[in-house]
Design a protein around this ligand. Structure first.
Ligand SMILES: Cc1cc2nc3c(=O)[nH]c(=O)nc-3n(C[C@H](O)[C@H](O)[C@H](O)COP(=O)(O)O)c2cc1C
Length: 142
């Protein structure tokens, strides 16, 4: 099964509540562990930026579930690639909260200081998500 990586961004829906993030992470980590999907999710109380990696089938199935989730809207794929190795082995879904999104960190990957993944190149989003690995612990779920 080929390895693939998908990166998308989205915006919270009007019905989104702060508690939803815990629920999203619990479900994501449970399902992803079962399906050998790994990745990273970043959230700043307005936008999501997420990387999913795994088999082509598993990544696409997961993305289809995510597309139908009413908790977010305006879901835009930023990057989709066949890859030779995973970047997030060990992260059933890493989570980077807003507190780590400093101005300097955001400026490194985009033209503006506020986090807005819709204005980012797919490759910048990939590099930004990769850098998050250094800021969040592996196995957050345990
Ligand atoms: C921003 C966001 C990220 C999500 N990430 C994942 C994910 O990585 N894996 C996953 O299985 N579900 C994820 N979900 C949840 C799915 O949209 C969906 O609720 C879930 O796959 C349904 O699982 P269930 O059929 O076991 O209830 C995410 C939802 C949102 C809003």
């Amino acid at each position: 099964m080929y390895l693939t990586r998908l990166i998308y961004t989205s915006t919270i829906s009007a019905s989104f509540s702060a508690d939803d993030i815990e629920d999203i992470l619990t479900t994501a980590r449970k399902n992803n562990s079962k399906n050998n999907v790994t990745g990273m999710l970043c959230f700043n109380k307005k936008y999501f930026l997420q990387c999913l990696e795994g088999s082509r089938t598993a990544v696409n199935n997961t993305y289809h579930h995510i597309l139908n989730d009413q908790r977010h809207t305006n879901i835009i794929m930023l990057d989709y690639k066949e890859i030779t190795t995973r970047d997030y082995t060990g992260w059933a879904m890493g989570y980077m909260p807003e507190s780590n999104l400093t101005t300097a960190f955001t400026l490194k990957y985009s033209g503006v200081s506020s986090f807005n993944p819709y204005d980012m190149l797919g490759e910048s989003a990939h590099q930004m998500l990769l850098a998050m690995k250094e800021l969040v612990p592996v196995n957050q779920e345990s």
